[in-house]
Design a protein around this ligand. Sequence first.
Ligand SMILES: [Zn+2]
Length: 285
Amino acid sequence: MPAYVDPHIHMVSRTTDDYKRMALAGCVMISEPAFWAGFDRSGPEGFRDYFRQLIGFERQRASLYGIDHQTWLCINAKEAENVALAREVIAMIPEFLGEPGVLGIGEIGLNKNTRNEATVFLDHLDLAARTDELILIHTPHLADKYQGTRMILDMLRGDGRLHPERVCVDHVEEHTIRLALDAGHWVGMTLYPTSKCTPARAADLVEMYGTERIMINSAGDWGHSDPLAVPEFMFEMRSRDHDEKTIRTLVYDNPLSFFGQCHRFRYKPRATVAAEHRLPEPSVG
Ligand SMILES: [Zn+2]
């Protein structure tokens, strides 16, 4: 069974059954961006506990299913209207940046494209530039997506310290993928049952844009979403006669290449680990 990575999924909201089904479908690694809990947290300590959960308990929970767990830290755009709180959280993030499994700052971005969201987004960019961290970006939903993506790309371009290839612009669709790729960024296509992309639309986009700097994710969370969306995409690609190498590039090699730019990132595929622990061949005679 081919291995795959889901580079965007919120496992704190998912069950052990999900972990097991993902492992059975070939999932070997996930990356989990910090996001909105479904309600606004009451203060900075709520975020401290959430970061500890991501870095500690959730990473351990994933490992029980043979899945490597990586994390991104931030305060989500949905909570950015409280700029004072956001600044307290951003000031706390460096405490956690040295921890194993932390890939960088994310998922930051815009939600309703407001002034306060832009202020907090720029503060996150400044933190990432000062600490030399990778960036994962959430682009807004539906009607706000095109305008929000343009605002985000302008703000990224405006900070000369940032390297485009160290930024992934997530939740791209037909009308935003080219903007992000042309700016030199990685992109994520999110396969969602109700909005964003479907497996078929993502496969169409791959047929139009190729495989370079493109990743596929489920963005599974506490709402209606599908933690097996990446294998659904692999199935769609096979049904269109795409070869296994192309599929592997999108769902395995590309996420590892993007994550590999983080100086803390370490990953040993299980096959390699097993080979290292294999007993030596018995000597002949
Ligand atoms: Zn997300």
